[in-house]
Design a protein around this ligand. Structure first.
Ligand code: MF3
Ligand code: CO
Length: 257
């Protein structure tokens, strides 16, 4: 495992990449309503990234043995947990959609996902959104120098479990920097007080994926789309952060309006 600590100069670049990701989310929130297609969201984000001189690290992303990812963002609706491919699907009132956005700018990556309600959603759907977002904040509270990786996973899993929700096993959080996925891999479940110690200069994308029911998932034939096996809802929240010398992490993909 090779964890790459970032210098101040590198952090400055990651701030800019993260800021562009946050701008893209603001654009998405501005147009997200019943009737829009997920492909329209993809085009909107792709154009903004391009205009600002960036690229999407998702587009063409191809881990060994996988078909290249065909879009700039992921749009994961309802029972789709992650890696939903934008297309002609029209978002309906009552849907929930995770919009996952990555940007490479000046050689550094920002990565952030947020799950949004489309119009008015059922109480059980908004409850899931609320708790899944809280899972992210619970993990970020643990993301301080000298804490351990297991503290993050335990915080996510503990909070989800208290509300009767599941946490994915197959996918987790990750280091991020020059590449979208750097060491370490960070499970979204685990045991507090175990695992690697966090150090200032570590940059990570923390992304709990929370299911309303069973945490088991399946991959669709397109080779990307991950769905819950029981067909129940799922939500996903992600920020790119930097571990600071003392206290709270710096959120590099901090929300902007
Ligand atoms: N936030 C996701 C991740 O970290 C984005 C990857 S989507 C992909 O895995 F399509 F590029 F795989
Ligand atoms: Co990520």
């Amino acid at each position: 495992m090779a964890i790459i600590l970032k210098s101040q100069k590198e952090l400055q670049k990651m701030r800019r990449a993260g800021r562009l990701v946050a701008e893209c989310h603001a654009l998405v929130r501005g147009v997200l309503k019943p009737g829009i297609t997920t492909l329209e969201l993809d085009s909107l984000v792709a154009e903004h990234i391009k205009r600002q001189g960036g690229t999407s690290p998702f587009l063409g992303y191809a881990p060994p043995g996988m078909t290249p990812y065909p879009a700039s963002i992921c749009t994961s609706v309802n029972e789709v947990v992650v890696h939903g491919i934008p297309g002609p699907r029209v978002l309906q009132e009552g849907d929930i959609v995770s919009v996952d956005i990555g940007v490479t700018l000046d050689g550094y990556v920002g990565d952030s996902a947020w799950s949004y309600p489309v119009g008015r959603v059922a109480p059980h759907a908004s409850a899931l959104l609320e708790v899944a977002e809280q899972c992210l904040w619970a993990a970020l509270k643990e993301a301080r120098a000298n804490q351990r990786l297991g503290d993050l996973g335990a915080a996510i899993q503990g909070h989800a479990k208290r509300h009767g929700y599941g946490v994915l096993r197959e996918f987790g959080s990750h280091g991020v920097g020059r590449r979208m996925h750097e060491d370490p891999h960070i499970p979204n479940y685990g045991t507090a007080g175990t695992g690697l110690r966090l150090r200032p200069g570590m940059t990570m994308a923390i992304e709990p994926m929370v299911t309303e029911g069973d945490y088991r998932v399946a991959e669709l034939d397109d080779g990307w789309t991950i769905v819950t096996i029981d067909g129940k809802l799922s939500a996903h929240f992600e920020h790119t952060i930097a571990i600071t010398p003392d206290g709270a992490p710096e959120i590099l993909t901090q929300r902007v309006e």
